[in-house]
Design a protein around this ligand. Sequence first.
Ligand code: MN
Length: 728
Amino acid sequence: MATPVTPAEASPIAPEIPPAIDMAEDVRHFSAKLSAYLKPEEVARVEAAYAFSATAHSGQLRSSGEPYVSHPLAVAGTLADWHLDPQAVIAALLHDVMEDTAITKQEIADRFGKSAAELVDGVSKIDRIENQSYEEAQAENFRKMLLAMARDVRVILIKLADRLHNMRTLGAVPVEKRRRIARETLDIYAPIANRLGLNTLYRELQELSFLHLHPLRHNVLAKAVKKARGNRRELVGKITETLRRRLPEAGIEAEVMGREKHLYGIYRKMREKHLSFSQVLDIYGFRVIVKDIPTCYLALGTLHGIYKPVPGKFKDYIAIPKANGYQSLHTTLIGPYGTPVEVQVRTAEMHHVAESGVASHWLYKDESALSELQQQTHKWLQSLIELQSASGDSAEFLEHVKVDLFPGEIYVFTPKGKILGLSRGATAVDFAYAVHTDIGNRCVACRINFELMPLRTELKNGDRIEIITATHANPNPAWLSYVKSGKARAQIRHFLKTQQQGESAALGERLLGQTLAGLGLHLADIVAGVWERFLRDRSAKSKRDVLTDIGLGKRHAAIVARRLAAAREAEGGTPVEHKPRGAITIRGSEGLAVQLAKCCRPIPGDPIVGIIRKGQGLMVHTHDCRSIGKKHHERDNWVDVEWEPNTTQLFEVGIRIVAENRRGVLAKVAAEIAAGGSDIQNVSMDDDRSMYTTLNFTLQVSNRVHLARLMRGLRHIPEVLRITRTKE
Ligand code: MN
């Protein structure tokens, strides 16, 4: 983020203060840093980027009153300290130009190459999501989102250097903003630095955050530590002297360093363990650096011989490194006067990794070594695996690193700013089910970043998703073809199954009622006792199961009806006389249990026949449909059906129109269909470039009368030669 920018001309006091803060010295210093590890032509390219940035930001000032370009220069300086490649340093110099000036990504690519432009773009994208508010409890997800969005580790490194400089210069910023930025740094950026093993940076970010978040506590603690340092100087000197003498005596060549614990660490310990400052004894630590791993363990043994170790405090991060690659042996010794002292033992290489973490693997050598991003990433992961290979489960370790840097997950915002993690490729439907099953079941549309989008849209990191629901909406079976998450898939299936069972049970009840009527019985005549006897004899679970089975065609309504009649007589019911059975009426709104055959597309008014097939429910065909009637043995499955007198649904029907192949004929036909009160579901055209063309429509009509009226209207169009209803 660009910390407060004030265009010079907007400042009322600008004319009195000449913007004569000289950057020349800083630039010379920066160039010297670059020359230490880059070739002259690379240094020249980076310097050109500086000049470009200075021009782009000219006239802008920071809150401190310095020229704005001092900020990108400082950020690039940090990357140069880390010896990062020229593209990364160039990107650092330009990291704010896309957000704060009119410069485009293309312009950067043209001048400084695609790679630098991608990096600048990556940083700008993170700046944009940073502006979304996040809930404190969601810091972990926010960090993952940042890492997922960055893709290239260098984007994160630029972002961290950016944050470091903003934190170092936070004093000039208003108090409220200062606190917010400090909080965010502590929650988001310091842990990322830690995750990447950038320890020096991690500690400085924590110290600065602590200073700006709790200035009073920070000052009190700083004074106390200063005082304690005076008191314990003698102690520290004594331990240092002892170690420097005794280790070589044991044949160990070692560098011994005293190390002051940082304030935030002490503060956190006091808070977490409810200690007063005087109770926090180990404000000093020591570091012993040796030449190789065996010597680490030798040194440890020697240390334990000099001072007694505190039991349970020993940790072997050499055998089992931390996830960020950190390695060392940690032990706490009981020093002179019973003061506990923490000692870390490590090799020089481990020390280097501990201080600069991932950046140490990015050390820039020369152009030929800088290959594709993926290779570099691979190399970095590889080095982590090598660190790990000493022991432990490296597959799990690699998985851990991958999850954080190259996740199979994406992170998106709810309208209230909550962050949800979804698997890569997830759609708006997956999101809806992730929020709540009811939201998923009732979703009809979505807005992604405030724009209406199809539900099947694949979501991207940082998207803001709003789901639009309707009270009576149901899941669509088509969603199953694109949802990614197991939860969404399971919920959609569950809903459809339950729905179909409900519909099948209703159909089964109607089928059974119809058949019972043929026996002179009514469903109401079958009382609970009769059902119980029936269920017992047939070892069926429930009445509902039996009805569902009938609706699905798994049981024959006629057989169930006969057995129910028998059970009724066995229970003492009086025999009844047989009556002719009536037909099942079809409304067209039965849902999945009753389907109108696609081959003949029956509409109200057509003579129809129902066919019930095992597990499929009832299929309704027109009487003359060619797909039925060939197999006589199937007639057992036929069900007498007729249309309900006043259906209110719309039904799909196919018509074929042969017309003269003239311009605008389709428009005329479509207009006539609309005028006739029908909707076009589908249209196809045989374009054979001859004099005549065939148009195939699928329309929605109420019934045969409606269709007849529509066709009459269409015949009046002069170009139309022939109209037929299609059945195939
Ligand atoms: Mn910045």
